[in-house]
Design a protein around this ligand. Structure first.
Ligand code: CA
Length: 330
């Protein structure tokens, strides 16, 4: 049987005006028998028009999205806008407060549990609410990501290769409007359970980002996030005015050769900087065995001619970790 979502919104989605409230998710636990998780939300509406659904902290240790979206929630009422903007800066609120990628309550990764389950764990209940309540309201969906504690990226906006080519073109146009320093067309290798896939399967215009990482945010990457969300709202016709445009480098990630994977463990040394051009066969990183002296480090090579756009962030690396991500200019 299909359960109703246990989540209730403390504000309504349909009236004109700007409202700040919560998505209230009952959570009975040792510290609060009748407690609830309170997920902050802002709904701004002005007449009929498109709806944009904007989210940050799908992964709790990624900060550009929350910074840009708390800012937008504060300021949207001061601007002329048409239609509706739904802002959830902390999609996975428990993970955000724990400064973790995944939820400290059930250990689940919100971006791998879609379509969710109204009778499931806390994270599955959040996914279910987005799947059945929020996504159906939206025309444009922007989900902010960054690298979190374990990855770091050049700032890019991404859209996916989709079976629905008409929607792929609409998503690519939205990515172009976001106008991050890099724009990446991504073939998602493992898209099962992702919010992205849920939105795209409903035919929504969906874009996401990777704006930095390392478990922090920088002035430059936060500025990219703030400009990008304004540009998306202009592209959607929700905000007035011309796009704020700067040069963007278009990149493709065609297949698994974009990823360089660790098959040894130890101390990680990069031989190139993020944003550098690399050639197929070029050494991009070395992993040093730290259990004994006298050994040679293992070299890791790019499999493509391209740009070095992402890297493992911590100094230590384990088997199977992504060392480097290479994308191809188009
Ligand atoms: Ca992420």
């Amino acid at each position: 049987m299909t359960h109703a979502s246990p989540i209730s919104a403390t504000i309504d989605f349909d009236h004109d005006g700007v409202r700040h409230g919560f998505l209230k998710l009952p959570h009975s636990h040792d510290g609060s028998a009748w407690g609830s998780i309170m997920i902050p939300i802002t709904v701004a509406r002005n007449g009929d028009g498109p709806t944009a659904l904007l989210t940050g902290a799908n992964h709790g240790d990624e900060y550009e999205g929350p910074l840009a979206l708390f800012d937008l929630a504060r300021s949207i009422g001061d601007q002329d806008f048409t239609g509706r903007v739904i802002i959830v800066p902390l999609m996975n609120t428990p993970a955000f407060h724990a400064a973790r990628r995944t939820s400290p309550i059930d250990g689940r990764n919100l971006n791998r549990v879609f379509p969710g389950d109204a009778a499931g764990t806390v994270t599955e209940k959040i996914a279910d609410y987005f799947q059945r309540v929020l996504l159906p309201m939206a025309d444009y969906v922007l989900d902010f990501h960054s690298g979190g504690k374990t990855l770091d990226f050049v700032p890019f906006c991404a859209s996916h290769v989709l079976d629905d080519k008409a929607n792929q073109d609409r998503c690519a146009a939205a990515m172009k409007a976001f106008n991050a320093p890099y724009s990446v067309t991504l073939l998602e290798v493992d898209n099962v359970g992702m919010y992205d896939t849920a939105a795209e399967e409903m035919g929504k215009v969906f874009i996401s980002t990777e704006l930095g990482g390392g478990g922090t945010a920088r002035a430059e990457t936060v500025a990219v996030a703030r400009k990008g969300v304004r540009n998306l709202l202009k592209h959607a016709g929700i905000l007035d005015g011309p796009l704020e445009e700067a040069a963007t480098i278009h990149l493709d990630m065609p297949d698994g050769r974009c990823f360089v994977e660790a098959t040894s463990v130890g101390l990680l040394e990069f031989c190139v900087e993020l944003g550098d051009a690399v050639t197929a066969g070029q050494c991009v990183a070395r992993i040093h065995d730290v259990h004994r002296t006298g050994g040679e480090p293992t070299e890791y090579h790019s499999q493509l001619d391209g740009i070095f756009i992402g890297r493992h962030f911590p100094g230590l690396i384990a088997m199977g970790d992504i060392v480097a991500v290479i994308a191809v200019p188009t």
